[in-house]
Design a protein around this ligand. Structure first.
Ligand code: UTP
Length: 286
């Protein structure tokens, strides 16, 4: 079984739910407390043993690449002023660990993943959607890689959602259960609640076999007029093992305003430095 060494970060979406903030600025640069979403995603990948980060970017997203570069001017000035460079440590990746490819048009998540096909090559790979912030110990992708090392094939991260929310997710037709793993018998993107085969939803972490790129070579247009990753994954079921993993992690949907604010409050409360003052503020609201 080949190890999972590469992760694709599709970050070329328009981020319309966060306009105007995202007009000239990538959604993935929005901070949760003091770190942008992309930093949490890259840290999670590194914890899971990922060596190669592949960003699929679009127009106006150059800050994402710059963020992981050395900032000579900033660092020289900080050093001269005797300031610690420690807050920048996590932005340093090993040389060659970051590759970037453009998705010229936001045609959908499936298309964004396909844009990374030459970087992925013939290896299994992870896909991480940074706006799904997953907080867990070990990290969400680490848990998925551990499961992958047991059962191989394709593994998607799944969570139960309220039935009225199925139209916002890819939904699984579940098969046999094996602890936290559910066999995936079918997948449908954004079904109406009355048509959803279950309430088990796909959330933004995937371990996929490279053959999915061959499915995406001939894409179909799916829900919302977009090339959906869910449809390509559905076409793989039956040809390769396919499991959903219910991870032990809290998910914050930071592509959504309420989810973003909730994540900021939750992670601020967990911090030793600012937690007490945020808690005191919240207590005063009652
Ligand atoms: P979303 O469904 O959240 O879309 O994409 P969006 O454009 O980012 O945001 P809204 O809905 O307009 O506010 C899910 C993930 O897929 C990526 C996004 O960057 C996000 O990580 N994506 C989506 C692409 O990279 N390209 C696409 O064409 C579509």
């Amino acid at each position: 079984m080949k190890p999972v060494r590469k992760a694709v970060f599709p970050v070329a979406g328009l981020g319309t739910r966060f306009l105007p903030a995202t007009k000239a600025f990538a959604k993935e640069m929005l901070p949760i407390v003091d770190r942008p979403l992309i930093q949490y995603a890259v840290d999670e990948a590194r914890e899971a043993g990922i060596e190669q980060m592949i960003f699929v970017t679009g127009r106006g997203k150059s800050a994402l690449d710059d963020y992981f570069d050395i900032a000579y001017e900033l660092e020289t000035t900080m050093r001269a002023r005797g300031k610690s460079l420690e807050p920048l440590a996590a932005t340093r990746l090993p040389p060659g660990a970051l590759a970037s490819v453009r998705q010229q048009e936001p045609l959908g998540l499936g298309h964004a993943v396909w844009c990374a096909r030459d970087f992925v090559g013939d290896e299994p790979f992870a896909v991480i959607l940074p706006d799904d912030l997953m907080v867990g110990t070990p990290g969400c992708l680490r848990q998925m890689v551990d499961a992958y090392e047991r059962v191989g094939g394709n593994i998607i991260c799944v969570q139960e959602v309220p039935r009225e929310k199925t139209a916002s997710y890819g939904i699984v037709t579940p098969g046999a259960l094996d602890g936290a793993l559910t066999e995936v018998r079918g997948l449908v993107e954004k079904p109406r609640p009355e048509e959803a085969p279950s309430t088990l939803a796909v959330v933004g972490r995937y371990i996929l076999q490279p053959e999915i790129m061959r499915v995406l070579d001939n894409p179909t247009t799916g829900a919302g007029g977009e090339i959906q990753l869910t449809d390509a994954m559905a076409a793989m079921i039956g040809t390769q093992p396919f499991h959903g993993l219910t991870v032990d992690a809290v998910r914050y949907d930071c592509g959504d305003k309420a989810g973003f604010i909730t994540a900021n409050i939750a992670l601020a409360l967990a911090r030793d430095d600012i937690g007490p003052s945020v808690r005191a503020f919240l207590a005063d609201l009652d």
